[in-house]
Design a protein around this ligand. Structure first.
Ligand code: ACM
Length: 474
């Protein structure tokens, strides 16, 4: 009985040939070369009875070849003389350049060791971006030397609401358990280096000017009511407490961002931009004066101004701004990469406006949504995104010309951790949905859901080998 070949994500082209290659150590004995006659991201694997050859158009492509080859070797059989590897011909390349996963470490802090295992899982699925959501109302998770209270105060909350938050809820019961933590610069550099060795870019997110209550709790002068001492937020939802638009706050954020740039060498820096209520700017004399001074007609326009002011430090350093799709409505720089999260239509709007776009629509790739019956599943934020829906995800939104479609640079799945208090729960929500997602990000052929499940079953042991939990198949 031969073991089935189960490669996830499926290569674009895989042909099983006659015969097998028998050798003592097929991982060591394969020949690997970077070749000039292949495009940068393309690789080939040729296993014949005489040996195995891995070739890639670049080091990056050769890394993909290696990852696929390791999965192929799981189907090698122990025989006299060593291991028998099935003869195959694989020709493969990714469809999209951005194949990402976002991990929210703000709502619940996740230990560094777990983040490293997530990097392993991203590499296993030939994905190449880890987006770390490092700051939010409920916690600030990155060491900033100029402003130590961001972590001394902002990284901790005395307790957290229990149960599921409903719309408009104002009364909560709390768990009585302090929660918090942050990454030192050295720890983040370790994550960045570990990811880089695996071909993965870490994109840090400092979410602003909304989702900033933890920072305002640490430094009340950043808020619109500097006389009020806020706490780090202990329940979910969207806080009205957003940054003020004073020049001193612009300078504060620029200083923070310069330190962030120093930790994260990658080309992309995410500045959030989602869900920023402007109610406090409407009520604030200082914000109103700023609005008048800038000749803006509405308080909501202050968000675009503020973002442009702080994003200047990215441009000076040759980095590129990434933001959630609300940014398109705020007169943001045209070279900003937009993450379309509110729906496929937001990706369409952003692409038509000339932006590069990463498709992250909540309806398909928010993995904080239920994947089964809420009566029997662990508490989740709502909605329903079972595995098959992720498998069926269409990355490219409808209604785009060929030129606009080319602006869809990739796709990303999201793990928001309001209802995930530890790595075990994150694993349960993330896998195996990420496995299905990786096929759409890579551009694997959609054959049938049953065919995918056939490959997924043996693939799950690879997650176990990484020490990651997952939701068992139905
Ligand atoms: C988001 O889900 N607020 C980006």
């Amino acid at each position: 009985m031969s073991v089935p070949i189960a490669i996830v994500p499926a290569p674009r082209e895989l042909v099983v040939e006659e015969g097998r290659w028998i050798t003592a150590d097929p991982a060591a004995d394969a020949v690997r070369t970077v070749v000039e006659n292949l495009p940068d991201t393309e690789y080939r694997i040729d296993v014949t009875p005489d040996g195995a050859r891995l070739s890639g158009g670049s080091d990056e492509a050769l890394r993909y070849a290696e990852s696929t080859y390791r999965q192929l070797l799981d189907s090698a059989e122990q025989v006299d003389g060593g291991l028998a590897v099935p003869a195959v011909r694989i020709a493969d390349a990714p469809r999209f350049g951005w194949r990402g996963m976002m991990l929210d470490v703000a709502r619940h802090f996740m230990p560094k060791e777990f983040v490293l295992r997530i990097v392993d899982a991203i590499a296993l699925h030939r994905m190449n971006v880890l987006h770390l959501h490092l700051t939010d109302d409920q916690g600030w998770r990155v060491q900033i030397d100029a402003y130590p209270k961001l972590t001394e105060v902002g990284a901790w909350r005395p307790e957290t609401m229990v149960g599921k938050m409903s719309h408009g809820q104002t009364e909560f019961s709390y768990d009585g358990t302090p929660h918090g933590g942050f990454y030192t610069k050295d720890e983040l550099r370790e994550i960045v280096a570990y990811a880089a060795e695996r071909g993965i870019t870490v994109v840090p997110e400092i979410d602003l000017p909304g989702h900033m209550q933890a920072a305002i709790a640490a430094y009340p002068e950043l808020g619109n009511h500097p006389d009020r001492q806020l706490g780090v937020r202990q329940y979910w939802g969207i806080s009205d407490d957003v940054l003020n638009v004073n020049d001193e706050t612009v300078e504060f954020v620029r200083t923070v961002l310069r330190e962030v740039l120093d930790i994260f060498p990658g080309p992309y820096i995410h500045l959030g931009g989602d869900e920023c209520p402007d109610v406090q700017w409407r009520e604030s004399e200082a914000a109103q004066a700023k609005q008048a001074e800038l000749g803006l007609t509405d308080a909501s326009q202050l968000q675009g101004w503020f973002t442009a002011q702080v994003a200047a430090v990215l441009t000076e350093d040759g980095r590129r701004l990434v933001g959630w799709d609300e940014m398109v409505e705020t007169d943001c720089p045209k070279d900003a990469v937009i993450m379309a999260w509110r729906g496929p239509d937001r990706g369409e709007v952003a692409a038509k406006a000339g932006h590069d776009v990463v498709m992250a629509p909540n309806q398909s790739v928010y993995f904080d949504y239920y994947q089964g019956d809420p009566a029997t599943e662990p508490l989740a934020i709502g909605h329903f995104t079972p595995l098959e829906k992720v498998y069926d995800f269409e990355v490219i939104p409808p209604g785009l010309t060929a030129e606009e479609q080319a602006r869809i640079v990739g796709t990303q799945c999201q793990i928001w951790t309001e209802y995930m208090e530890d790595p075990d729960r994150v694993g349960y929500m993330l896998f195996p949905r990420l496995c299905a997602f990786s096929e759409r990000a890579w551009g694997s052929e959609k054959t049938s859901y049953d065919e995918f499940i056939g490959r997924l079953r043996p693939h799950l042991t690879r997650l176990e080998a990484l020490g990651l939990s997952y939701r068992p198949l139905d």
